[in-house]
Design a protein around this ligand. Structure first.
Ligand code: HEC
Length: 177
């Protein structure tokens, strides 16, 4: 009987701890994924992603974004609020070249990484919402099975925010200040 009670207490303790851990993670929650799905639809409509996506000139990438990249940015409305979006498409595969990507981007597309400005979202990370999508717009997961949407890597040693903190100008953007 005592054993059983202890075991129950243990399980309750574990579940509580897991709940606390999940709550502490600044990304990957149901809200983050729901927002990411809404963001994808908005981007698709405005031709930032999907079959009719606008493209820039592909360039040779740096780790971890991919062998060849193209990046576009501009205004995007989500929930009636127009804010800046930055979309980086990551291309890879054997024999991938800039020309091959320019000729047939869909064939080489591996992932779509997005930063979207959400006023009031999180001052510490400059109000950027971070997502990594599959080419078809599914939110991708890290090896711990956490969805890569939200303040990904905030307070951690890896992930979008952790790395982008090294960007010059303190705005978490590498390509310009
Ligand atoms: C290990 C470092 C690192 C990680 C992790 C990382 N990035 Fe980046 N990212 C960069 C670098 C360096 C650039 C600029 C060079 C380039 O264009 O590839 C960049 C550029 C970008 C850009 C274009 C705007 C800019 O800052 O120049 C977007 C959008 C972006 N990353 C999104 C993401 C998202 C979303 C994640 C997480 C899923 C992520 N990044 C994770 C290093 C990183």
């Amino acid at each position: 009987m005592k054993m059983n009670l202890l075991m129950v207490a243990g399980v309750v303790g574990m579940v509580t701890t897991m709940g606390a851990l999940a709550a502490a993670a600044p990304f990957g929650g149901a809200d983050d994924v729901a927002y990411a799905n809404k963001l994808w639809k908005a981007m698709e409509k405005s031709h930032y992603v999907g079959g009719e996506a606008i493209m820039s000139t592909p360039y040779t990438g740096v780790h971890p974004h991919g062998a060849i990249l193209d990046t576009i940015e501009g205004p995007l409305a989500v929930d009636g609020s127009v804010n800046k979006v930055m979309v980086k498409r990551n291309y890879g595969g054997d024999a991938v070249t800039k020309q091959a990507v320019a000729d047939d981007p869909k064939k080489w597309l591996k992932a779509v990484t997005v930063m979207y400005k959400r006023p009031g979202y999180d001052a510490e990370t400059k109000d950027w919402f971070w997502v990594k999508y599959s080419p078809a717009g599914m939110v991708l997961k890290n090896p711990k099975n956490m969805a890569l949407a939200g303040k990904v890597g905030k307070g951690g040693s890896a992930g979008c925010v952790a790395c982008h903190q090294a960007a010059p100008g303190g705005d978490l953007v590498f390509n310009h200040d």
